[in-house]
Design a protein around this ligand. Structure first.
Ligand code: PGA
Length: 253
């Protein structure tokens, strides 16, 4: 899977044009699940552009209540039925907007309850990594979500994105070995809890056409959550192409 998180970029018109360009750039894709995550204001306008292309639509965040006096928030009920997925727990939500682990868990559960697939982002800061606490931090972030669940989610209903905070928007990508190490740990942690219910795990943080293939060659990395480069359709298409090549290679092993 390769998902493009546009963050707070583009006007509605620019976003519609970008969505068209992305669809053209990934038209040859067969095996990779491609998604775009435009700002909320763009979702309704982008939806028809994606029709029939196989590219799926996601929201960058969601609130956990269905409706009510929550000024400025968007509920999963508002997205259900026409939007395919949500992203929860992105590090910018956690660190810039003070979102807590348990709130991320509530957003996760609310999305699933409305039939929306969820991408759950986890990852450590550079300080936490330097202190040797990377695994503890991702375990804590995952466990806070599991605490909100009654049982294991269907394996295709969720995706995890491992995004080291120090690699996001910094140009400082994790090495393929660093990313593989944490992604393998995440899968092990989920397996210990849900046995066969291990979802795909993506890597995110300064993924570019230059480093994508090496990341996707790692055994446990199942794709990417792309920020900055997702605003440039052709380069995003190159990353999707690298995932397509990696998926074919896995199939022939
Ligand atoms: P980046 O962002 O690719 O710009 O580093 C990744 C993300 O925040 O999902």
């Amino acid at each position: 899977m390769v998902a493009g998180n546009w963050k707070m970029n583009t006007t509605v018109d620019e976003g519609v044009a970008l969505a068209r360009a992305v669809c053209a750039a990934v038209a040859a894709t067969r095996r990779v699940d491609v998604a775009v995550l435009p700002p909320f204001t763009h979702l309704w306008a982008v939806r028809p552009v994606l029709e029939g292309t196989g590219v799926r639509l996601g929201a960058q965040d969601v609130f956990w209540k269905d409706s009510g006096a929550f000024t400025g928030e968007i509920s999963p009920a508002m997205l259900a039925g026409w939007c395919d997925m949500t992203l929860v727990g992105h590090s910018e939500r956690r660190h810039l907007f003070g979102e807590r682990d348990d709130e991320v868990g509530k957003k996760f559960v609310a999305s699933l309850a409305h039939g929306l697939q969820v991408i759950l982002a986890v990852g450590e800061t550079s300080e936490e990594r330097d202190d040797g606490r990377t695994f503890d931090v991702v375990d804590r972030q995952l466990d806070a979500v599991f605490a909100e669940l009654d049982g294991p989610p269907a394996v295709d209903a969720w995706v995890i994105a491992y995004e080291p905070v120090w690699a996001i928007g910094t140009g400082r990508t994790a090495t393929p070995e660093q990313a593989q190490d944490v992604v393998a740990h995440i899968k092990q942690h989920v397996r210990a809890r849900f046995l066969d219910g291990v979802p795909r795990v993506l890597y995110g943080g300064s993924v570019t056409p230059a480093n994508a293939a090496a990341l996707f060659a790692e055994r446990d990395i199942d794709g990417a959550l792309v920020g900055g480069v997702s605003l440039r359709a052709e380069e995003f298409g190159v990353i999707v192409g690298a995932a397509e090549t990696a998926a074919s290679a896995r199939d022939t092993v």
